[in-house]
Design a protein around this ligand. Structure first.
Ligand code: HEC
Length: 186
């Protein structure tokens, strides 16, 4: 009698452990099966690095505090070149460098700070790790480069929630007024 009680307790314990394990495994599985966009990380870098401060959310650029940023929609640069531009900035322009130590401990375009002289590009407000720079380059290639004019759908996708910023893209094709509002908002 006693023995079977102990047995029962042991069996319950084991069953309980197995059940817990299965639960954990399921949780892990459902987490990894969650649909995630591979360029989400790059989008976060685009926001955190304030690329959008100068290039705008749509990448078409405009007058930012670093001067007129070139259009990333019209860029001809390859992934490698985008990575280099973000890492090292662009000498003689307002495009800042995002890798800590660029032109000091790391040569950029074969230059150190003393070689760059007056052409020394500004230092970004935040430094990015190489993996983050690769992510933002992938984001630019997937969502911005070669995309033509920005659309309402792209705007909503960028800001996720219904953002008033996007209203100017709404009536785009229907009225010249919307086009003007859009120009003013840029
Ligand atoms: C302070 C403003 C500023 C910030 C912040 C900034 N850029 Fe720029 N960027 C510029 C300017 C200005 C240029 C144009 C350089 C030139 O005239 O050649 C440029 C050029 C570029 C180019 C070269 C485009 C081409 O076709 O030659 C790329 C790529 C680029 N930026 C990507 C980025 C990314 C990605 C970020 C964020 C990690 C970023 N930029 C942040 C101002 C900025």
């Amino acid at each position: 009698m006693k023995i079977s009680k102990i047995c029962l307790a042991a069996i319950m314990t084991v069953a309980c452990m197995v059940a817990t394990l299965v639960l954990f495994e399921n949780a892990a599985l459902s987490q990894s099966a969650m649909p995630t966009n591979p360029t989400d990380a790059g989008k976060r870098v685009f926001q955190r690095g304030n690329c959008m401060g100068c290039h705008k959310w749509h990448g078409n650029g405009g007058g930012g505090y670093g001067g007129d940023a070139l259009s990333l929609r019209k860029t001809q640069l390859t992934r490698e070149q985008i990575i280099e531009t973000v890492s090292c900035g662009r000498p003689g322009t307002g495009m800042p460098f995002f890798v800590r130590g660029s032109y000091d401990s790391v040569q950029c375009f074969d230059m150190l700070r003393k070689d760059a002289g007056d052409l020394m590009p500004p230092e970004a407000n935040v430094f990015l790790r190489p993996s983050e720079i690769e992510a933002v380059a992938d984001y630019v290639i997937a969502h911005i480069k070669g995309k033509g004019e920005p659309t309402y759908d792209e705007c909503i996708a960028f800001f996720s929630k219904g953002s008033r910023v996007c209203n100017v893209y709404k009536a785009e094709d229907h009225s010249a007024g919307a086009e003007q509002t859009k120009k003013a908002a840029q």
